[in-house]
Design a binder for this molecule. Sequence first.
Ligand code: PGA
Length: 241
Amino acid sequence: MQIIIDSTAKCVNQAAEHFYALLRRKPDAVLGLATGSTPEALYGRLIAQYEAGYISFRQVTTFNLDEYVGLAGDHPQSYRHFMQEKLFDHVDIDPKRTHVPDGLHTTPENAADYDKMIGAAGGIDLLLLGIGANGHIGFNEPGSSFDTLTHIADLDESTRQANARFFASPEEVPAQAVTMGIHTIMQARSIILMAFGANKAQAVAAAVTGPVSSDVPASVLRLHPDVTIYADDEAAAGIKV
Ligand code: PGA
């Protein structure tokens, strides 16, 4: 695991370089993508690189980590909507190659079909992750087993509260999400985790220096051969010497 600690802006630039390098080397790469506040600036950089003619998404395939159960793709708080607005609508990606779990039709029985789709596309080359203040990755909350495929997960109350800022009222935050499982995440060939802000410091410290344990789902990444963590100075406060 490589840990880069820098200003937020430099972390974003360096993470964007990973995508740039991959897309130059492998124009038909399969990307795993995340939503939330953390990746927004990175998507802005990718759009800028596309507009400048440095990269193209024409042959790229994407799989997002998760989606709220019960929200249609055109719901303003759905992660499909977020991805359209923050990235897909601004680049030359083929809409048919963009995948976000289906928040309306996924059932416990068919959720793992998403893993089959990822496999059929050749597996994820580079997966982008955020981290929850409680150490979650995707919506794999503390206590999630490490061997899960894509499934329907209950959101922690703390996660619902953290995400309430995007909704008109906290009660509107869905109680469940379809999420890639930890096994799904660990099968990506390469992983970037970005963590920004003081409210992530405890989770980053626990993930990086604590025991590898399902109590801190992000700690599983220590078992992966190719992970880079970009933590800004605030998020790295608990691991800086
Ligand atoms: P955030 O969410 O980027 O909005 O902080 C990250 C996460 O919960 O994984």
